[in-house]
Design a protein around this ligand. Structure first.
Ligand SMILES: [Fe+2]
Length: 492
């Protein structure tokens, strides 16, 4: 019988749980604020079977959709696998059939031609639909009421791109969804699709362009007038894949790039700016315009943060030696040239959370999980990096102030969501799962609700989960008013 590898990718918080579970009326300590009515969806990678290759990564894990449903101060939780073609094929066989991360040439011949999607990265809500996404393929639609998998989602057959990012950007005024897909034309291609869906979810624009090289493009950004496509030198190569090798290696001596175009323009209008060599970023806090300039706030590191990419690339930087920051990249569109000005604006961290209304606009503050030295113990092992975040920051540019929530050693923070308040002047609420590790095989999970303006105050409510939760990647808040408008009607 195959067993899970004895690596951090499958141990500690990353150990497979495979728990499909439902519970109504969880015990709430404190009081759920009236503003919190709706669903907190989370994407969770949890490998249903031991992998074919021992060097596999947690990023390959089968996607599960987890939901906390808030109704009248009560909270329910449900979690289900996304029943992708891949999950169903392996469930039938009772073993793994798909090979290395994003390398179909290493798959069992029995699944040749079967979709490799795992849908484990972000639950995206748009146009009344819940889409489970991961950047290496198309999304799957999931019934937001029952968590049953509907099937692969192609915008009614209109999407040409073979891939769709897990990091869409939704304009808070127009309701449009801006997104992209890299390797849009197939494995290791330089093709990138750039798409717009109107507020009702109809795909109204799809254009393709070619990147400077085939890059792992995890996120994009928008401003009120521009679409922004950063490119970092984590690269793929078809010959390497055909030889059974790794999808990604990081090229420390290669330049990074930022492509900017009018967001309703043609891809032929893309203007490329050249960034530093060897740097890496997965997530952008936000972007905004300032006269003729565009500012892009980047969760930047000086090399790729993932050991499964960095180490085979021959980069000897240890995890704790990686340097980073939230770095403001400024491109001046009013001047010729391809230069970018860089300035550190916040400490290192990742999985940033912005208020939805600030998307693409000048903004005053955001929230950021980070690794803090004040915790009094090492970070808990988990996630694709191997170290989890042990503190949560509220970074306030306007007040020039950073607050840090630190709950002591043995705690891992998952990415928070932000729920706005109906009260004028109130900063709303942050909702986040934390994991409390006891030892390598045991942890407990909790849901915390924090005052978003005052994260260091005691939580306004907490829910201690009766079962451990696998760490999420990203989450999404869907208010009850939106759930009521779901394309799939709620069961009576
Ligand atoms: Fe992400």
């Amino acid at each position: 019988m195959a067993t899970y590898p004895d690596t951090f990718e499958f141990n500690h918080l990353n150990r497979p749980l495979g728990i499909e579970w439902s519970r109504r009326n969880l015990t709430v300590e404190g009081r759920i604020p009236d503003d919190i009515e709706g669903a907190f969806f989370r994407a969770v990678p949890d490998p249903a079977f031991p992998p074919l290759f021992a060097d596999d990564t947690t990023l390959s894990g089968d996607g599960m959709v987890s939901r906390f449903l808030f109704q009248n101060g009560a909270v329910d939780h449900d979690i289900r696998y996304v029943r992708t073609a891949r999950y169903e094929a392996e469930r039938q066989a009772r073993r793994a059939l798909f090979g290395r991360y994003r390398n179909p040439f290493t798959d069992d011949p029995a699944v040749r031609g079967v979709g490799r999607e795992v849908c484990n990265t972000t639950p995206v809500w748009h146009g009344g639909r819940l889409l489970m996404t991961k950047e290496d393929g198309r999304a799957y639609e999931v019934n937001p009421h029952t968590l049953e998998t509907v099937g692969i989602y192609t915008f009614g057959g209109r999407l040409k791109s073979e891939t769709m990012t897990a990091h869409v950007r939704i304009d808070p005024v127009t309701g449009e969804m801006f997104f992209f897909g890299y390797e849009a034309g197939g494995l290791a291609t330089e093709d990138v699709s750039y798409c717009i869906a109107d507020r009702d979810g109809n795909l109204v624009s799809e254009q393709w362009f070619r990147n400077p090289y085939c890059s792992m493009m995890h996120d994009m950004a928008i401003t009120e007038r521009y679409a922004i496509f950063p490119v970092y030198p984590t690269t793929a190569n078809l010959e390497r894949l055909k030889a059974g090798g790794l999808h990604w290696l990081h090229e420390q001596e290669r330049e990074s790039w930022v492509g900017i175009m009018p967001r309703y323009g043609k891809v032929t209008e893309l203007r490329w700016f050249k960034g530093p060599k060897g740097v890496s970023a997965y997530h952008f806090v936000n972007a905004f315009e300032d006269g003729g300039k565009v500012h892009l706030d980047v969760c930047l590191s000086d090399t790729n943060a993932f050991p499964f990419i960095r180490e085979p690339s021959g980069i000897t930087t240890k995890q704790w030696e990686i340097k980073g920051s939230v770095s403001r990249w400024t491109m001046d569109l009013s001047k010729p040239g391809d230069g970018i000005a860089l300035a550190d604006v916040a400490p290192p961290g990742d999985l940033p959370r912005l208020r939805d209304i600030d998307q693409g606009r000048p903004y005053t503050h955001f929230w950021l999980p980070t690794v803090s030295m004040k915790t009094g113990g090492p970070p808990v092992v988990g996630g694709p990096v191997g170290t989890t975040f042990n503190a949560l920051l509220r970074v306030d540019f306007a007040a020039q102030r950073i607050d840090e929530l630190n709950l002591g050693p043995g705690i891992a923070f998952n990415e928070p969501i932000h729920v706005p308040s109906k009260r004028p002047g109130h900063d709303g609420w942050l909702v986040a799962c934390i994991d409390r590790e006891h030892d390598a095989q045991h942890h407990e999970s909790e849901l915390l609700i924090l005052d978003a303006a005052n994260i260091t105050a005691p939580p306004v409510a907490r829910i201690r989960m009766p079962v451990p939760l696998h760490p999420q990647v990203h989450g999404w808040w869907v208010p009850a008013s939106e759930l009521a408008r779901a394309k799939i009607p709620a069961p009576r």
